[in-house]
Design a binder for this molecule. Structure first.
Ligand SMILES: Nc1ncnc2c1ncn2[C@@H]1O[C@H](COP(=O)(O)OP(=O)(O)OP(=O)(O)O)[C@@H](O)[C@H]1O
Ligand SMILES: Nc1nc2c(c(=O)[nH]1)N=C(CO)CN2
Ligand SMILES: [Mg+2]
Length: 210
């Protein structure tokens, strides 16, 4: 999704959470010089997604059960952040992890060392994690929810799970199968529930009803 198309949703999210863009913009400027040349990683992402069946994994409690019903081997597996830990425990190394670095750092590093590409998302509230983790990662590109920079990308989407789906769309997936999502989960904080509501709305923009 082009930034011009994303921006109205971003503005509405900022307003809904009572945030301003400056913190996100500062985070993008912070991560930018920490990143290696994105071209080889972008090429790998395209190879992994374009024309391929993609499996997006969220971190809802149902993920482990959903994994019993599907054979991930025919898919490009994209993990939303915290779902990485559950996937690793089930013997699955995600091809790509979309993360704002608030899941298990050890599991993120383990998956990365075993081949997972990382999309590290910088926002106003994860600056310490960006500073700590990004220098330790390889095969990493940076993302932002604010205006993109030359090497800090915005493919659309807000929380890790919906950003996985926007990524799959952007890079031309043949199909997108979504597991480990429960957007009506009442067992979460009010802030998380608000993020899940946004996930439903943003997936709706892509024509995906969950
Ligand atoms: N019931 C659920 N609980 C948690 N995550 C869910 C659920 N259903 C779907 N998901 C997706 O799984 C992703 C898991 O990522 P993660 O737990 O790191 O959350 P996040 O996006 O960083 O949000 P937060 O800042 O609240 O942790 C979420 O972004 C969300 O889109
Ligand atoms: N400023 C800010 N941005 C976010 C936040 C958050 O907590 N604060 N959480 C997200 C979930 O992936 C995505 N973006
Ligand atoms: Mg996260």
């Amino acid at each position: 999704m082009k930034y011009e198309e994303w921006e109205p949703y971003y503005k509405a999210i900022l307003e809904d959470f009572g945030w301003t863009p400056e913190g996100d913009e500062a985070a993008a400027r912070l991560i930018s010089p920490m990143l290696p040349d994105p071209s080889p990683v972008l090429k790998k992402i395209r190879e992994l997604i374009e024309g391929r069946d993609v499996l997006v994994c969220g971190k809802a409690p149902g993920l482990a059960g959903d994994l019993l019903k599907i054979d991930p081997s025919g898919y490009t597996v994209i993990a939303a952040d915290g779902s990485t830990s559950i996937l690793l425990r089930n013997g699955i190394v995600p091809d790509i992890i979309v993360s704002d670095l608030d899941g298990s750092h050890d599991d993120l590093l383990k998956a990365n060392s075993e081949g997972s590409i990382i999309l590290a998302h910088a926002h106003a509230d994860n600056i310490d994690s960006v500073k700590k983790m990004v220098p330790k990662l390889k095969n990493v590109i940076g993302t932002t929810q604010a205006g993109p920079m030359e090497n800090v990308f915005n493919f659309g989407g807000f929380s890790d799970g919906d950003r996985c789906v926007f990524l799959a769309k952007e890079f031309g997936a043949k199909s997108i199968t979504i597991i480990g999502f429960n957007l009506d989960d009442t067992n979460v904080t009010p802030k998380k529930l608000k993020k899940l509501k946004w996930a439903r709305k943003l997936l709706g923009v892509l024509g995906i009803k969950l």
